[in-house]
Design a protein around this ligand. Structure first.
Ligand code: ADP
Ligand code: TRP
Length: 332
């Protein structure tokens, strides 16, 4: 049997090139040799997005983003989390096997608690149960579909380790392999794509290059990337420049080495380095941008693709849930 690759993206905003290199591209590469199941984690987005119109819009945009980037719905089961009710049934069952202490250690929850303590607020101020139990719902997404590998950026690996821990607790309890143990697939080269300010590119830092920015905006953003004060003639270290780190992601045969040499020789200013970056970014993103616009102008097509995907996904989900229910003594 072929191995399974699964991943999801929360529709909490516009896709950026960190998502593209950290999650979408590696996932599409894996889809060539694995059975792939990719989805839009819309219930995960509900934790932070309470504006319905905005959420509907980002669900379609993230779906169009996947398709524009090359997802082939005939080869990948592509669906919305919300269309698979078994996810929520499994999440409830997994709750019974998840120590509360494990959730206390989750990075996102810990970060919220720490921020509250720095501000002198109650530890749990602004924390809803969706945030606290986030890793359980994510474990359900993963375990429901017999996932072997989960392509994600580095920030998500803790969640996948938690899913594996919870699955092991279930299998140990019933002395049988009810749930398959997943592992994260993190591509080291793209584990942390830097943003405009050199920190990890993230919506929450406001330092992103959107995947579908119009050409003019794209150039403006690239020209805004922070640099040091080295002059044109000074040799520059490509390894410490986020302009070069980004360039490397888009470069093709030989381009990376050639540009690194120019950095080291001196004689190339930051303005020119940014122009070189803009050229390779635009070369890769222009066709994807066009495809994205075309898809969004026919949203019913996107909805159809997602509905067809859900139909293919549900029998797999049902099989997992019934296996678990039988072992647990709920079905007899
Ligand atoms: P954001 O941090 O902007 O909110 P998400 O948390 O929605 O992004 O991330 C969706 C997917 O993209 C995850 O698999 C995540 O690991 C990956 N990802 C996000 N930002 C980056 C980045 N800067 N570098 C590598 N991968 C990333
Ligand atoms: N938590 C992931 C993120 O923030 C999104 C996600 C939800 C996911 N369920 C998943 C990723 C299952 C991989 C597998 O990016």
């Amino acid at each position: 049997m072929k191995k399974v690759s699964l991943t999801g993206i929360k529709p909490t905003g516009i896709l950026h090139i960190g998502n593209y290199f950290g999650a979408i591209k590696p996932a599409l590469n894996l889809a060539r040799e694995y059975d792939a199941r990719y989805f839009i984690a819309d219930y995960h987005a509900l934790n932070t997005m309470k504006n319905g119109a905005e959420l509907s819009k980002t669900i379609r945009e993230v779906a169009a983003g996947w398709l524009a980037a090359g997802l082939d719905p005939d080869r990948v089961i592509f669906y919305r989390q919300s269309a698979i009710p078994e996810t929520f049934e499994l999440a409830t069952m997994l709750m019974a096997f998840t120590p509360k202490g494990l959730m206390n250690r989750a990075h996102a929850y810990k970060a919220a608690v720490q921020e509250n303590s720095e501000k002198g607020n109650d530890a749990d101020a602004g924390v809803n149960m969706g945030l606290f139990t986030y890793p359980v719902l994510m474990a359900a997404d993963i375990l429901l579909f017999d996932s072997d590998v989960v392509p994600v950026g580095k920030d998500q690996t803790q969640h996948i380790e938690m899913a594996a821990d919870i699955a092991e607790a279930v299998n140990f309890t019933y002395k049988s392999e009810i749930l398959r143990i997943p592992r994260a697939a993190v591509e080291e080269r793209v584990a942390v794509v830097p943003g405009l300010d050199g920190r990890k590119m993230s919506k929450s830092y406001g330092n992103v290059i959107p995947l579908f920015a119009p050409e003019k905006e794209l150039r403006k953003l690239i020209m805004r990337i922070d640099t040091n004060s080295q002059g044109i003639d000074e040799p520059k270290d490509p390894e410490t420049s986020q302009i070069f780190q980004l360039y490397r992601l888009f470069a093709r045969d030989g381009e990376e080495t050639a540009l690194a040499k120019r950095y080291r020789e001196g004689g190339m200013g930051w303005g020119e380095a940014k122009e070189a970056l803009f050229a390779v970014v635009n070369r890769e993103l222009a066709p994807i941008r066009e495809q994205f616009a075309a898809l969004l102008s026919a949203p019913e097509k996107i909805d159809r693709i997602l509905a067809d995907g859900a139909e293919k996904a549900r029998p797999i989900a049902r099989a997992t849930v019934s296996r678990f229910r039988r072992a647990a003594g709920i079905d007899f």
